[in-house]
Design a protein around this ligand. Structure first.
Ligand SMILES: [Fe+2]
Length: 271
């Protein structure tokens, strides 16, 4: 692993006017007349059908479908790529980075979790896992981006080092980002007993040279656990080149901007 400092948690802020994710997510989720005045952390008041997330029923609540099927999603993904260029890429030393093609949308409604509640084997820590448990390479780093106020019962709980078990609630606000070594540091949810709703997205990035060191093990073999999306460039990941400032779904970076085809298939990875 080239940059060992990446294994340490890093909390930072970004300009919410330039990268207006919360506004865009609000438009996507609540563009119907019924919800236009509802705040993101109050979407549960719309009383859409819901169930407690499990391994077999993750990422398929009403609001997941609303997000991934929205015609407005490409606007958000354009902002996401600008965010990668401007805010995320400078944190990595390589000129080329391997980046999750589409961030994973999370919603934690009251009396629910944002990741499958039935994994991890610890009823006090619903969803306990590290991403390496689910085929992610350990040279990969997570970025967690909430759009609502986080509280201890509706947020991510994270250990500071692999195996340390000093789980702490990550209490962030809109405009903050947490970088953490999710491949190895375990994380979980609590049951969101009282609300409000938490909405966030997360994505994963690594230096291309680190990816090259492990990619033979992943090529065509490793997939996301639930929907079997290949953890390869062109499927789960895209390539970013700092010099050309271009993204590509292939090993080489095209000189023309990548055309993004909309699909819900990228959206699979535990937080
Ligand atoms: Fe995770």
């Amino acid at each position: 692993m080239k940059q060992f400092e990446l294994t340490k948690e890093y909390l930072f802020s970004y300009d919410v006017n330039t990268f207006n994710f919360a506004d865009l997510v609000h438009e996507i989720l609540l563009d119907d007349f019924e919800g236009s005045r509802v705040l993101l952390d109050q979407v549960h008041t719309l009383n859409k059908s819901s169930h407690v997330l499990t391994f077999d029923s993750d990422q398929n609540l009403y609001f997941h479908n609303k997000y991934y099927n929205s015609p407005k999603l490409p606007r958000l993904l354009n902002v996401y790529r600008e965010f990668i260029k401007t805010v995320i890429a400078p944190q990595f030393v390589d000129n080329q980075l391997v980046v999750q093609a589409k961030p994973t949308f999370r919603i934690q409604l009251p009396s629910n979790t944002a990741i499958p509640s039935d994994i991890g084997g610890d009823p006090m820590r619903p969803g306990l896992h590290c991403d390496a448990d689910y085929n992610h390479p350990d040279v990969e780093f997570n970025f967690w981006v909430p759009f609502t106020q986080c509280l201890p019962n509706n947020t991510l709980h994270l250990e500071s080092k692999p195996g340390k078990r000093d789980f702490r609630p990550m209490v962030l606000v809109n405009g903050q980002v947490l970088r953490f070594w999710g491949a190895r540091c375990r994380h979980h949810n609590k049951m969101n007993e009282q609300g409000p709703t938490r909405i966030s997205f997360d994505f994963r990035v690594m230096n291309k040279s680190d990816w090259d060191s492990v990619s033979p093990l992943w090529a065509e073999q490793r997939t996301t656990v639930q929907r079997s999306i290949k953890l390869t460039l062109g499927s789960y990941y895209m390539l970013y080149d700092k010099e050309t400032q271009q993204f590509s779904q292939h090993e080489t970076v095209d000189r023309v901007p990548m055309v993004v085809k909309e699909s819900s298939s990228f959206a699979i990875s535990f937080s």
